[in-house]
Ligand binder design. Structure first.
Ligand code: IFM
Length: 446
């Protein structure tokens, strides 16, 4: 196979190669084993939602052994997955559900038995619905609810799992779910966004503290979505709009953790978030993470706009820009990963970086039992080259988790966007390794 001059042996020996998934997108088993609904069960099973649901997803709940064996077969050494909060605590708080706890022990044990390192994400968007009924992320009580959950998971699984992420992409689940209303729980407006964002910032740090207390030998990180933001042109109002979008998308959640506060320097209206502060919060927002995960997919072009308020900026849709797009309408721009690695590595408090997700989606079909996803191979090759370049430039990049193993349920976009290196037939749940998966397998031997 052609690796276009990039080989695994060009990377440091301890470089981590893995795949990333999340509970709601893969597990299915909506109400099996005592699990109760999360906000995503409610959101996708409502009449308004037209893009399917994760009730069965990829049936990872029953197929986890096969999937973990697939990871091994592809020569990948690490598996990043999330815990479904409502499988462990069907009531959000209170007594744990033994079946749910047992399920994650089985998954972890299966990884270890196959020589795959498990990396757990505590929260990947599936808040128990009972907690949403009490306001979810907008209710400051979430600090107690989340701490209770993090305490339990770290004590229960901490002897086996030494790599942890606290939150997955807070800007995505808060921005899309509590501002734009296009993700669960479907809330719209600043009155939801500001408190929810502040509470997520506090939980991000608190989760880190709890993990460190209960698993002193663990490495603890959290993840941030990121995008290259370019102004429409060099007019000052568009350049400033790009700075504001950059602050929102790339700085909002990392800077408070590093003790820099929210990026009110370029978005002054954000000061309104201080209404939700309580004494001591400025300190409480900080946590000294061992590493951060950055999750990169696309580039954005920004322009000045009267809406939304505070931000006064919006994006020019990629389909209007004559660029390569994926089947979610996002620009495919692998080069941007280098810019993001440079940007995040410049923060003084960032010690190590993982690409905790990157990948690309298409609307693919199985033809003669094969998926010839050349475009994905190109994307992976290009981003791997960028990783090597970044390491050569002295960036402390430690690993790359491909999003994702098996095509899964892509949230509001349903099953159409296929991100996997393994194809899934959602009727039969039959997995077929795509050409990209075979490419990875060979690459990791090279
Ligand atoms: O599928 C998502 C994932 O859950 C979070 N990061 C982005 C991915 C692709 O959209």
């Amino acid at each position: 196979m052609d690796f276009g001059k990039i080989k695994a042996k060009h990377f440091p020996k301890k470089f981590i190669w893995g795949v990333a998934t999340s509970a709601y997108q893969t597990e299915g088993a909506r109400n099996l084993g005592g699990k109760q609904d999360s906000i995503w069960d409610t959101f996708t099973n409502s009449k308004k939602f037209k893009n399917g649901n994760g009730n069965k997803a990829t049936d990872f709940y029953h197929k986890y052994e096969k999937d973990i064996k697939l990871i091994k077969e592809l020569n990948l050494g690490s598996f990043r997955f999330s815990i479904s909060w409502s499988r462990i605590f069907p009531n959000g708080i209170g007594e744990p559900n033994p079946n749910g706890v047992e399920f994650y022990h089985e998954v972890i044990d299966c990884c270890i038995a196959n020589g795959i390192e498990p990396w757990i994400t505590l929260y990947h968007w599936d808040l128990p619905q009972v907690l949403q009924n009490m306001g979810g992320w907008t209710n400051r009580e979430i600090l107690h609810w989340f701490s209770h959950y993090a305490e339990f998971c770290s004590r229960e699984f901490g002897s086996k799992v030494k790599k942890w992420f606290v939150l997955n992409e807070p800007m995505s689940f808060i921005g899309l779910g509590y501002f734009m209303g296009i993700h669960a729980p479907g809330k719209k407006g600043l009155r939801y966004f500001l408190p929810a964002a502040h509470h997520a910032t506090l939980c991000q740090a608190e989760g880190g503290r709890i993990l460190r207390k209960n698993i002193p030998d663990a490495q603890i990180g959290t993840t941030f979505s990121c995008s290259v933001v370019r102004p429409k042109n060099i007019w000052r109002r568009h350049v400033n709009a790009a700075k504001r979008l950059d602050a929102l998308l790339n700085r909002f959640f990392i800077e408070p953790a590093l003790g820099l506060g929210y990026p009110t320097d370029v978005i002054p209206g954000l000061k309104r978030i201080e209404k939700y502060y309580q004494p001591g919060d400025k300190e409480r927002m900080k946590f000294d993470f061992d590493f951060i995960g950055i999750q990169y997919y696309f580039r954005i072009v920004a322009q000045y706009s009267l809406l939304p308020p505070i931000l006064f900026a919006n994006q020019i849709p990629a389909e209007k820009r004559n660029v390569k797009i994926n089947n979610m309408g996002m620009e495919i721009y692998p080069k941007g990963l280098l810019k993001m690695l440079e940007k995040f590595s410049q923060y003084e408090g960032v010690k190590e970086i993982y690409i905790s997700e990157s990948g690309v989606c298409f609307d693919e079909e199985l033809l003669d039992g094969k998926v010839n996803d050349k475009n994905r191979i190109q994307y992976l090759k290009k981003t791997f080259k960028i990783c090597r370049k970044a390491i050569k430039r002295g960036i402390n990049l430690k690993g790359y988790f491909i999003w994702t193993l098996v095509d899964n349920f892509e949230w509001a976009d349903g099953f159409k966007p296929r991100f996997g290196i393994v194809y899934n037939n959602f009727q039969t749940q039959k997995r077929t390794i795509k050409k990209s998966g075979l490419w990875i397998k060979e690459f990791l031997k090279s």
